[in-house]
Design a protein around this ligand. Structure first.
Ligand SMILES: C[S@@+](CC[C@H](N)C(=O)[O-])C[C@H]1O[C@@H](n2cnc3c(N)ncnc32)[C@H](O)[C@@H]1O
Length: 269
């Protein structure tokens, strides 16, 4: 695992990923709105994690048929469990890497992907696959993180751990923000063969009652597990204290409000 591929072990943290879903819900809403799914459409949610935004779409549009795929078995198990509990007949999840979608050409009307593409081993191949499985004129709606300076929470973690743990365990800031600079996602969508696309920068806020509740979420979700395991035990408190210093400027009368930026891409096959 190189310095640029130190993302969390999605399989192992699957049960805990849901701690983050309320924070990123506005991005799911924006994607569903951009997708413009119609009754009778078949929709593919790639890197669907513990089920979002596929679940929200399937609940809201019973006449849309939704399939979610993710490379991590644990994530798919959690997502499929929700389908079973809710008895949703128009949604199923499968284990599948984005780079090798086991579906025929032109088999979907719409493709969704929230915060997946930049994490793929091969983002270009993943986008080529999304285009291949879309019918002509079918639409993809994707969200990827923007630049490092517009993703404060990961930047804080990166700065706090930097120099304290081996470089190959640093928080995955480079990978997570690898598609955020101007022109990078455009070039990938071009090469994937989309006929046209539009990319816009959007902002939303992480909101917590306090720094303490933010840090509780970080710890409870195991999002920095690998970094903690690489850290001398006596330095754990230093990390929290350093992140608390970064976060101070974002404490408001409404609690901790941290703006984040992402790119919303709508692409037509
Ligand atoms: C940040 S999570 C997002 C999950 C979900 N889309 C959401 O927004 O709640 C990233 C997901 O990408 C998945 N992933 C990473 N690389 C992948 C790949 N090559 N193919 C499919 N899924 C992948 C991970 O397993 C993880 O579930």
């Amino acid at each position: 695992m190189g310095a640029e591929d130190n993302q969390p072990d999605w399989d192992k943290m699957a049960e805990k990923f849901d701690y983050w879903l309320p924070q990123i819900a506005p991005v799911g809403e924006a994607l569903i709105q951009a997708l413009q799914a119609q009754p009778g459409d078949k929709v593919l949610d790639v890197a669907s994690g513990t089920g979002e935004p596929a679940l929200t779409l399937a609940r809201r549009c019973p006449q849309v048929d939704v399939v979610g795929v993710d490379a991590a078995e644990g994530m798919v198990r959690v997502a499929q469990g929700k389908v079973g509990r809710e008895g949703l007949g128009n949604l199923r999840f499968q284990v599948m890497p984005a780079e090798k979608l086991d579906f025929g050409d032109a088999s979907f009307d719409r493709v969704l992907c929230r915060f997946g593409v930049m994490l793929f081993e091969d983002p270009q191949q993943g986008l080529c696959e999304m285009r291949r499985v879309l019918r002509p004129s079918g639409r993809a709606a994707l969200a990827v993180w923007s630049t490092a300076e517009t993703m404060p929470t990961l930047l804080w973690a990166y700065e706090a751990f930097k120099g304290r743990i081996p470089e190959d365990a640093y928080p995955p800031l480079l990978k997570v923000t690898s598609l955020g600079s101007v022109g990078v996602l455009d070039a990938l969508l071009d090469r994937a063969g989309f006929s046209r696309y539009d990319i816009e920068s959007r902002r939303f806020d992480y909101r917590f009652d306090s720094f303490e509740s933010y840090w509780d979420t970080v710890e409870a979700s195991d999002i920095l597990k690998m970094q903690y395991e690489a850290l001398p035990a006596e330095q754990r408190k230093d990390i929290r204290d350093e992140v608390a210093r970064f976060a101070r400027d974002f404490v408001t009368d409404d609690g901790l409000v941290i703006p984040h930026e992402y790119l919303l891409a709508v692409a037509v096959a």
